[in-house]
Design a protein around this ligand. Structure first.
Ligand SMILES: NC(=O)c1ccc[n+]([C@@H]2O[C@H](COP(=O)([O-])OP(=O)(O)OC[C@H]3O[C@@H](n4cnc5c(N)ncnc54)[C@H](OP(=O)(O)O)[C@@H]3O)[C@@H](O)[C@H]2O)c1
Length: 233
């Protein structure tokens, strides 16, 4: 289809592969966390980051599936640096444990790829009693990001390399409930529509990414300004 081949300003199109986009990049020395790395986009993201030299921590709920993916990657790329850590994004306790274990490992963190997701599930509640798609796709990643931010900032300061947080959203962010995010009705089973609830959670991913970008732009400008001021005294 012609529109899959139409190139954007990056020079790539939606038919460009991860390998093509990262061709020629040596990313050794970087560390990434990829959530939902046991299948689909997360699995391919992990493979290609590892191919480019990144040390990837796979945040996975299904450890057996994660181990299979890791083994396949290491078989294809013997020098790959890939580790597994258990992470269930639908459980705030699991997210806290993952972040605490990661932070106390002393590892740096350059890239956080918030990829894991579920789509259009029947109405269910998470372990914390929150509608499952919103809990998994947005809240788990929101908490994870917040808990890893200090480590990412420290890594960026020490390495002088900007970090990146990637929220994998969807075109469905354009199709949430008519009122957008139903903050006061997140758990309303009677009005639940599984595709609109998916759109709502993906809209939250976009808003979260926008707000992170806004805050970091402000704080980068502020530290640049402070550096200039302290350098001139
Ligand atoms: N594929 C597409 O066409 C498409 C289009 C637009 C957006 N997206 C977005 O892209 C992302 C990846 O989608 P995909 O197509 O690759 O889906 P997928 O193949 O179903 O993979 C989803 C991954 O998320 C994991 N996951 C689900 N619930 C989890 C939880 N509670 N805790 C931790 N991990 C969990 C799954 O792990 P388990 O193995 O444990 O289930 C799986 O590894 C999603 O955010 C999706 O919304 C995909």
């Amino acid at each position: 289809m012609w529109f899959f081949k139409r190139k954007g300003s990056s020079g790539f199109s939606s038919s460009s592969t991860a390998e093509k986009v990262t061709h020629g990049i040596d990313a050794s020395g970087l560390t990434a966390i990829v959530t939902g790395a046991s299948s689909g986009l997360g699995c391919e993201t992990t493979r290609v980051l590892a191919l480019r030299g990144v040390h990837v921590i796979m945040g996975v709920r299904n450890m057996a599936a994660g181990r299979d993916v890791k083994d396949a990657i290491v078989k294809e790329i013997p020098a790959a640096k890939v580790d597994l850590m258990e992470l269930d994004l639908s459980s705030l306790a699991s997210v806290r444990k993952f972040a605490s274990d990661f932070n106390s490992s002393g590892r740096p963190l350059n890239l956080l790829i918030n990829n894991a997701g579920i789509m259009a599930t029947p109405f269910m509640l998470s372990k914390d009693n929150i509608e499952l798609q919103f809990a998994t796709n947005h809240l788990g990643h929101f908490l994870l990001t917040s808990l890893l931010l200090d480590t990412m900032k420290k890594t960026a300061r020490e390495s002088d390399i900007e970090g990146r947080i990637v929220n994998v959203s969807s075109e469905s962010h354009r199709s949430p409930y008519p009122e957008g995010i139903r903050f006061d009705k997140i758990n309303d089973q009677s009005g639940y529509k599984k595709f609109l609830a998916y759109g709502q959670s993906k809209l939250a991913n976009v808003l979260h990414a926008n707000e992170l970008a806004r805050r970091f732009k402000v704080s980068c400008l502020l530290s640049f300004f402070l550096e200039k001021v302290s350098g001139s005294t």
